[in-house]
Every structure is written in structure tokens, then in C-alpha cells.
Write a new protein. Structure first.
Length: 287
């Protein structure tokens, strides 16, 4: 029997969803559903200083308003620190992590972190934990970005000096724990894939299929993001938002589709989803 597809959408609650995040959520949802899969929602609330109060609830509300219901309960990373700790112990046992006492200033002056210059011994517990993988090469086939070869140029931090677990660690630990075998997300995360693939293997997991969707750009040629104040999605216009996002993903929605309910729009689209129809170029939304 072929393996069940398990995909996910994993927002960080640093702000409300915007149109670019809707495109990612919708693309990952449709790819999962069209392949008879499960689609999970995971809240990546790992970094309280960067979070916006109420954003997690707003994101979940927006997903529901757009008919994007995850299978099972939403998983919250803030409740899973024990898993990240165990994963670090596993890496420690293989001597794949080490302490880094370098300051930000030292790293900046050296033009980046280099393992051979790293201050690994020092008094106190003011250190980050880094994953030994610089210099490794990863080749993979991305569903939309095609053949990729990435050389890891720096050992990434897995636990920060302030004691917070890093995104790179938590995302891989959770994808393994949740059985995720297809990761569909925005092309801004393409460059993390080499490091994450190394971590999947080091932690005994299977590297998932990756697919990086094109990014929605603003008029200034930047990716829509919370940092450049992309407008929050208006949940009251869910059907129109979905139809617009479908257009971006390569569909040609028939006139009047936006007068349907989100659930009807999603079932129309999941029956017609075609990976090869997605236009791979990062671009502005056609007016
Ligand atoms: N939480 C990450 C973000 O919002 C995405 C993680 C992922 O999809 O791998 O950028």
C-alpha cells in the first residue's frame, strides 16, 4: 500500500496571515488533499520576543474562515520543549553539536561563523549550541524549484544563547514526530532545506519531499511579509481571497466561483489541482 501523504502548514505567530501566507497555506492544503493526504496545522510559537500578542488566534481564525481545517488538533511548539531537548541529547551523543561562545560582534567582524575560529571553551553558560554540518552538500529535487544543490556554509544554531530552541531544530523534530513526508511552503525557505535535510538524517528521520511555492511580491519587488507590513487578510472576504490565491497558483477559476462558500471553492480546486500548472516565478498579484 502506498504511504499516506502527510503535509502541514506551520505559521509563526509574528503577525496575522497576509495574502502570501494564504497562498502557502492553500498550496500545501490542496497538494495534500489532492493526494488523499492529511494536512496538519502547527503553530510555531517558539520565539516569544518576536511574537505578536493574539496573532496565533487570529491565524487560526483566518484559516477556519477560509475553510482550511487541519486534520486533528493544532500542535503548539511551545508545548513541545521536551522533544527538542531529547533531540539535542541525541545529537550530543553523536557529537554532532558543540558549544559556541562567540559574540555576534566577533562573528560579524570575521564575516560569518567559522567552526575553526569558534570559541568553544569559556566560563559560564552563555553559549549557543551549533550543529556540525558546514561544508556538507545536499542535492534534491524540489517540486517547483527543480534540481537543487546546496552547500551548507555555516553550522546553524539549534539552541540560542538566550535558551530558546531555534526554528531549524524544532521544525525538523516536529516534522519527524508528526510523520510529515511532504513539505510544501514558500520559496523564502528554500535555502534552509539543505541544513534541515542533514538534521532529518542525524535524528534518524526520513527526509521528506520538499516543494517551495512561488512568492507573492509587493510593488517594491519584496516578498509580502509581516515585516514590510503586508495587509492582514480580511476574513470577511474569504471566498474572494481564495479565488485570488487560486489564480496565483495557476488556476483559471470560472466566473462566479467567488460567490460560493469556501468549502465549495476548496473542493472545486482540490479536484483540479495540478502541480505542473503552478507558475514558478515569484511575482506580483495580477490585478
Ligand atoms: N514557521 C515558519 C514560518 O512561518 C515556516 C516553517 C516551515 O514551513 O518550514 O516562516
Amino acid at each position: 500500500m502506498p504511504e499516506q501523504y502527510i503535509g502541514r502548514f506551520a505559521p509563526s505567530p509574528t503577525g496575522p496571515l497576509h495574502f502570501g501566507s494564504l497562498v502557502c497555506a492553500l498550496g500545501s492544503y490542496l497538494d495534500a488533499i489532492a493526494h488523499g493526504g492529511h494536512w496538519l496545522v502547527r503553530m510555531e510559537d517558539l520565539d516569544p520576543p518576536r511574537e505578536m500578542p493574539g496573532a496565533a488566534e487570529r491565524i487560526l481564525h483566518a484559516l477556519h474562515a477560509h475553510g482550511l481545517h487541519g486534520h486533528g488538533e493544532t500542535v503548539w511548539q511551545s508545548h513541545r520543549h521536551h522533544l527538542y531537548k531529547t533531540a539535542l541529547e541525541k545529537l550530543q551523543a553523536q557529537q554532532l553539536i558543540y558549544r559556541c561562545h562567540c559574540t555576534r560582534e566577533q562573528i560579524r567582524r570575521a564575516g560569518g561563523h567559522r567552526r575553526e575560529n569558534c570559541i568553544t571553551e569559556s566560563e559560564g553558560d552563555n553559549y549557543a549550541l551549533r550543529f556540525r554540518c558546514a561544508g556538507t552538500q545536499e542535492t534534491f529535487h524540489d517540486l517547483w524549484q527543480g534540481e537543487q544543490t546546496q552547500i551548507v556554509d555555516e553550522d546553524p544554531i539549534l539552541k540560542r544563547k538566550d535558551g530558546l530552541y531555534a526554528y531549524q531544530l524544532a521544525v525538523v523534530v516536529d516534522d519527524i514526530a508528526q510523520g510529515v513526508n511532504c513539505v510544501v511552503r514558500g520559496a523564502d525557505l528554500l535555502d534552509c532545506t539543505g541544513v534541515q535535510s542533514q538534521l532529518f538524517r542525524a535524528l534518524g528521520g526520513r527526509v521528506p519531499q520538499f516543494g517551495h511555492l512561488p512568492l507573492v511580491m509587493n510593488e517594491g519587488g519584496q516578498k509580502l511579509s509581516k515585516q514590510n507590513h503586508a495587509a492582514p487578510l480580511d476574513d470577511k472576504n474569504a471566498s474572494a481571497n481564495l479565488v485570488q490565491a487560486l489564480g496565483f497558483l495557476g488556476f483559471h477559476p470560472p466566473p462566479g466561483l467567488e460567490s460560493k462558500l469556501p468549502a465549495q471553492i476548496l473542493s472545486w480546486a482540490s479536484a483540479r489541482w495540478q502541480r505542473q500548472a503552478v507558475d514558478r516565478r515569484n511575482r506580483q498579484l495580477a490585478q
